[in-house]
Design a protein around this ligand. Structure first.
Ligand SMILES: O=C(O)[C@H](CS(=O)(=O)O)OP(=O)(O)O
Ligand SMILES: [Mg+2]
Length: 213
């Protein structure tokens, strides 16, 4: 059974704009990403606060910026530097979860992540200001690939079966990104099933690794 916001053994974190999308994009060419802690280590830092690249970080929480700088990131990563990420909502929610297994879900990997387990709870991250429609819709896009839905997941699926891209493009989170010059990230994050890889969070190591489904 798939639900939204439940406390099942398996959780799928959904932060469409942009944490889940950035992590999934990164995992197409690196194997693990660490959650940034307060004390800095040597490494490649990716992240933002309210959408703006964090001070002292190498890159913002932008899948397009990551792909544009893929060669540089890979060069440093292959020399042994770790990759760290910290965002306003995605990492905050990820670290709050108690589930035994935690995966990263996005529109980019919707069908792949729909297969992570027989039963799981979709966890939309939303924002500090409250409900974020893109994350509810993102849960619905993942739910489209499953039949065994409770009424919360069915509600999201019904919304995701209409022209949901227009709704996300006009969302509050998207407007913030447009205001900050990240408009192209919005369209990239809407590319359904671009990737078939899934990130899995290892709580004890505070890292996200690519897992094969
Ligand atoms: O980086 C993002 O797109 C958002 C910024 S905000 O919280 O919506 O202003 O953070 P995320 O943690 O990816 O939701
Ligand atoms: Mg978000």
């Amino acid at each position: 059974m798939i639900d939204i916001g439940g406390n099942q053994k398996v959780s799928v974190v959904v932060d469409i704009l942009r944490f889940s999308s950035t992590v999934t994009t990164l995992l197409t060419f690196v194997d693990e990403i660490y959650i940034a802690l307060s004390e800095r280590e040597k490494g490649i830092y990716i992240g933002e606060k309210f959408g703006v690249k964090r001070e002292g970080y190498d890159y913002g929480n932008s899948p397009i910026e990551i792909l544009k700088n893929k060669e540089e990131i890979l060069e440093r990563y292959e020399r042994g530097e770790k990759i760290f990420i910290k965002t306003t909502n995605g990492t905050r929610v990820l670290e709050s979860l108690k589930a035994e297994e935690i995966y990263i879900g996005s529109i980019l990997n919707a069908e792949a992540v729909s297969k992570v387990s027989n039963s799981f709870s979709l966890i939309p991250c939303h924002t500090l200001k409250g409900f974020a429609i893109e994350d509810f819709i993102g849960c619905g896009v993942i739910a489209k690939f499953r039949e065994d839905l409770d009424e919360s997941a069915l509600s999201a699926k019904l919304l995701a079966e209409r022209d949901y891209r227009e709704v996300i493009i006009n969302s509050r989170s998207a407007q913030n990104l447009k205001d900050l010059g990240y408009e192209n990230d919005i369209y990239f994050c809407l590319l359904e099933n671009l990737y078939d890889i899934v990130g899995k969070y290892e709580k004890e190591k505070k890292r996200i690794v690519r897992c094969m489904i």
